[in-house]
Design a protein around this ligand. Structure first.
Ligand code: PGA
Length: 255
């Protein structure tokens, strides 16, 4: 049984005040005791300190994640943030290979693979994002593109360590557009992703969480989470609204 994984990707949104208000409201809306799902919020790094304090003080089961990770651990790397720093703020997860970074910063499959490796070596949980662009989707290349993105990572990490990872299928054309993939499309893609992982390790394939991201909200979450190979959601826009995000968590807890 795979535990449902719900993560909020706050992207470059927020302020100290918004971090306080949003996280406090989310925590207030969720049970205080251990949750039946994993619930993670990923604020921008300047707000980790505030966020981890709020979580600690309220003794909440909500967890923290980063939005990226460095590909290098040597300190002579201006502007980067080390895995040790993530640990210090209680960040257990790191989104890696988000399409906004692959697209705007030209992050290659190889760089993404290195980052996943760095995260796993540092005992962090990577949330590895894969997904095809609209153009690739229209050309019918989605399955191949995602397979390639995944294989480059799986070829370069120790496969047994991937049990710590979560894979996020995020079709680029569905991110922030309101155009959610159809349930059939996501189930096909998630099954495809699981079958590729199975080529490397059958047990990891059956245990790894494969979550969906792309215009998830409290209205479509039930149908999305009912797909047999969808084990959770990575949520952008709706994770910035405490009511929506908490409602999605409650839907997941009720399944
Ligand atoms: P969205 O973003 O929910 O706003 O579509 C998802 C993401 O970018 O992870």
């Amino acid at each position: 049984m795979r535990k449902i994984f719900i993560a909020g990707n706050w992207k470059m949104n927020g302020s100290l005040e918004q971090t306080n208000d949003l996280l406090t409201a989310i925590i207030h809306n969720l049970p205080k005791e251990e949750l039946s799902i994993d619930c993670v919020v990923c604020p921008p790094s300047p707000y980790w300190d505030k966020a981890s304090l709020i979580i600690r003080e309220s003794n909440s089961p909500v967890e923290l994640g980063a939005q990226d990770i460095t590909p290098e651990v040597k300190p002579a790397f201006t502007g980067e943030i080390s895995p040790a720093m993530l640990h210090e703020f209680g960040c257990k997860y790191a989104i890696i290979g988000h399409s906004e970074r692959r697209g705007m910063l030209q992050e290659s499959n190889e760089l993404v693979a290195t980052k996943v490796d760095v995260a796993l070596s540092a005992k962090l949980h990577p949330i590895l994002c894969v997904g095809e662009t609209e153009e690739e989707h229209n050309l019918g290349l989605g399955l191949d593109v995602v397979a390639k993105q995944l294989r480059v990572v799986l070829d370069s990490v120790c496969i047994s360590e991937m049990q710590a990872a979560v894979i996020a299928y995020e079709p680029v054309w569905a991110i922030g557009t309101g155009k959610t993939a159809t349930p059939e499309h996501m189930q096909t893609m998630h099954k495809h992703i699981r079958s590729i992982v199975a080529e490397y390790d059958a047990t990891i394939s059956s245990e790894i969480r494969i979550i969906y991201g792309g215009s998830v909200n409290s209205k479509n979450a039930t149908e999305i989470l009912q797909q047999p190979d969808v084990d959770g959601c990575l949520i952008g826009g709706a994770s910035l609204k405490a009511q929506d995000f908490s409602e999605i968590c409650h839907i997941a807890m009720g399944l």
